[in-house]
Design a protein. Structure first.
Length: 136
Protein backbone atom coordinates (compact mmCIF):
# COMPACT_ATOMS: atom_id res chain seq x y z
CA UNK A 1 0.00 0.00 0.00
CA UNK A 2 1.38 3.43 -0.89
CA UNK A 3 2.19 5.98 1.79
CA UNK A 4 -0.58 8.60 2.03
CA UNK A 5 -0.58 10.93 -0.97
CA UNK A 6 2.18 8.99 -2.79
CA UNK A 7 0.20 7.24 -5.52
CA UNK A 8 -0.47 9.41 -8.55
CA UNK A 9 -3.96 8.65 -9.93
CA UNK A 10 -3.56 10.86 -13.01
CA UNK A 11 -5.03 9.22 -16.13
CA UNK A 12 -7.14 6.91 -13.93
CA UNK A 13 -4.05 5.00 -12.74
CA UNK A 14 -4.67 2.28 -10.16
CA UNK A 15 -2.93 2.33 -6.78
CA UNK A 16 -1.77 -0.81 -4.99
CA UNK A 17 -4.00 -1.96 -2.16
CA UNK A 18 -2.84 -3.49 1.12
CA UNK A 19 -2.81 -7.31 1.22
CA UNK A 20 -3.94 -7.61 -2.41
CA UNK A 21 -1.98 -10.00 -4.61
CA UNK A 22 -1.35 -8.87 -8.20
CA UNK A 23 -0.61 -11.17 -11.14
CA UNK A 24 2.85 -10.98 -12.66
CA UNK A 25 3.98 -12.18 -16.10
CA UNK A 26 7.33 -13.26 -17.51
CA UNK A 27 6.48 -12.84 -21.21
CA UNK A 28 4.09 -11.11 -23.61
CA UNK A 29 1.98 -12.48 -26.48
CA UNK A 30 3.89 -12.87 -29.78
CA UNK A 31 4.11 -9.66 -31.84
CA UNK A 32 2.56 -9.42 -35.30
CA UNK A 33 0.73 -6.83 -37.37
CA UNK A 34 -2.48 -7.89 -35.62
CA UNK A 35 -1.35 -8.30 -32.00
CA UNK A 36 -4.08 -7.16 -29.61
CA UNK A 37 -2.98 -4.85 -26.81
CA UNK A 38 -4.60 -2.95 -24.00
CA UNK A 39 -4.04 0.80 -24.56
CA UNK A 40 -3.93 3.14 -21.58
CA UNK A 41 -2.85 6.74 -21.10
CA UNK A 42 0.37 7.57 -19.29
CA UNK A 43 2.15 10.78 -18.39
CA UNK A 44 5.83 10.85 -19.29
CA UNK A 45 6.55 14.23 -17.71
CA UNK A 46 8.40 14.73 -14.41
CA UNK A 47 5.85 14.22 -11.63
CA UNK A 48 3.43 12.40 -13.96
CA UNK A 49 1.86 9.02 -13.26
CA UNK A 50 4.54 7.29 -15.33
CA UNK A 51 6.95 7.31 -12.41
CA UNK A 52 10.64 7.85 -13.14
CA UNK A 53 12.36 8.92 -16.34
CA UNK A 54 12.06 6.78 -19.47
CA UNK A 55 14.17 3.64 -19.57
CA UNK A 56 15.42 4.20 -23.13
CA UNK A 57 17.12 7.54 -22.62
CA UNK A 58 16.80 8.45 -18.94
CA UNK A 59 14.66 11.49 -19.77
CA UNK A 60 11.17 12.73 -19.09
CA UNK A 61 9.08 13.61 -22.16
CA UNK A 62 6.40 16.09 -23.17
CA UNK A 63 2.97 14.45 -23.03
CA UNK A 64 2.04 15.99 -26.39
CA UNK A 65 4.69 13.90 -28.17
CA UNK A 66 3.39 10.57 -29.58
CA UNK A 67 5.35 8.14 -27.39
CA UNK A 68 4.61 4.85 -25.66
CA UNK A 69 5.84 2.38 -23.11
CA UNK A 70 5.27 -1.32 -23.72
CA UNK A 71 5.16 -4.54 -21.72
CA UNK A 72 8.51 -6.16 -21.00
CA UNK A 73 8.16 -8.88 -23.65
CA UNK A 74 7.43 -6.35 -26.38
CA UNK A 75 10.08 -3.96 -25.07
CA UNK A 76 12.43 -6.86 -25.78
CA UNK A 77 15.36 -5.86 -23.60
CA UNK A 78 15.38 -2.37 -25.09
CA UNK A 79 15.68 -3.48 -28.72
CA UNK A 80 12.62 -1.35 -29.55
CA UNK A 81 13.95 1.74 -27.75
CA UNK A 82 13.44 4.95 -29.69
CA UNK A 83 11.90 3.03 -32.62
CA UNK A 84 8.45 3.77 -34.00
CA UNK A 85 5.53 1.37 -33.82
CA UNK A 86 2.13 1.60 -35.48
CA UNK A 87 -0.95 1.62 -33.28
CA UNK A 88 -4.47 1.11 -34.62
CA UNK A 89 -7.71 1.57 -32.76
CA UNK A 90 -11.09 3.21 -32.84
CA UNK A 91 -10.87 3.41 -36.65
CA UNK A 92 -7.68 5.47 -36.52
CA UNK A 93 -3.97 4.84 -36.67
CA UNK A 94 -0.88 6.64 -35.40
CA UNK A 95 2.83 6.08 -35.16
CA UNK A 96 4.54 6.48 -31.79
CA UNK A 97 8.07 6.03 -30.47
CA UNK A 98 8.84 3.46 -27.74
CA UNK A 99 10.62 5.20 -24.85
CA UNK A 100 9.99 2.96 -21.85
CA UNK A 101 9.17 -0.47 -20.47
CA UNK A 102 6.09 -1.30 -18.42
CA UNK A 103 7.27 -4.11 -16.16
CA UNK A 104 4.74 -6.91 -15.55
CA UNK A 105 6.96 -8.45 -12.84
CA UNK A 106 7.34 -5.48 -10.47
CA UNK A 107 5.18 -2.76 -8.97
CA UNK A 108 3.70 -1.32 -5.78
CA UNK A 109 6.86 0.62 -4.93
CA UNK A 110 8.16 4.17 -5.33
CA UNK A 111 9.94 3.32 -8.63
CA UNK A 112 6.58 2.26 -10.09
CA UNK A 113 4.58 5.12 -8.57
CA UNK A 114 2.88 2.64 -6.18
CA UNK A 115 0.95 1.17 -9.09
CA UNK A 116 0.44 -2.59 -9.61
CA UNK A 117 2.58 -4.53 -12.10
CA UNK A 118 1.56 -3.99 -15.73
CA UNK A 119 -0.36 -6.61 -17.68
CA UNK A 120 1.73 -8.48 -20.26
CA UNK A 121 -0.18 -6.99 -23.20
CA UNK A 122 -0.17 -3.27 -22.53
CA UNK A 123 0.88 -0.18 -24.42
CA UNK A 124 0.78 3.01 -22.38
CA UNK A 125 0.52 6.07 -24.58
CA UNK A 126 1.12 9.76 -24.12
CA UNK A 127 -1.92 11.96 -24.26
CA UNK A 128 -0.96 13.74 -27.50
CA UNK A 129 -2.67 12.36 -30.57
CA UNK A 130 -2.92 8.89 -29.08
CA UNK A 131 -5.84 9.70 -26.77
CA UNK A 132 -8.16 9.54 -29.79
CA UNK A 133 -7.44 5.81 -30.16
CA UNK A 134 -8.96 4.93 -26.81
CA UNK A 135 -12.57 3.86 -26.54
CA UNK A 136 -13.79 6.13 -23.76
Amino acid sequence: MPPPGQCNTEDDSDCCKARKMYPTYMCSPPMSDNTQAYLTLNSFKAGGDGGGPSECNGKYHNDNTPIVTSSTGWYNGGSRCLKNIGINGNGQSVVAMVVDECDPTEGCDADHDYQPPCPNNIVEASKGRLESLRCI
